[in-house]
Design a protein around this ligand. Structure first.
Ligand SMILES: [Zn+2]
Length: 97
């Protein structure tokens, strides 16, 4: 396996963390927006509860899929777990920040 150096690991982690924050913001925004669309049918027209719910599930599924792809250690490529402010990878001990 090709090993990248510490500096590359940290800059790659920084990029992935940025993408992860962005994905969280977008997913939250859409889920909240859909809830508002459902509440304000006078403004946005009528959508059935199941349509809104299916759309929210699709957003959450897309977010989970993105996370599984993005939220990995740049050094060993293992999933990083829940903590977004990690300092070290718990699998390979690579310094991330
Ligand atoms: Zn690792």
């Amino acid at each position: 396996m090709h090993k990248i150096d510490d500096k590359q690991v940290r800059s790659e982690f920084w990029l992935r963390q940025g993408r992860q924050f962005l994905a969280i913001a977008i997913a939250l925004f859409i889920v909240i927006l859909l809830a508002i669309v459902h509440k304000r049918q006078d403004l946005f027209g009528e959508y059935s509860k199941s349509t809104i719910f299916a759309a929210q599930l699709a957003v959450i599924a897309a977010f989970i899929g993105f996370t599984a792809f993005n939220w990995r250690c740049p050094s060993c490529n293992k999933y990083l777990g829940r903590d977004i402010n990690k300092r070290f990878c718990r699998h390979c001990r690579a310094r991330l920040r």
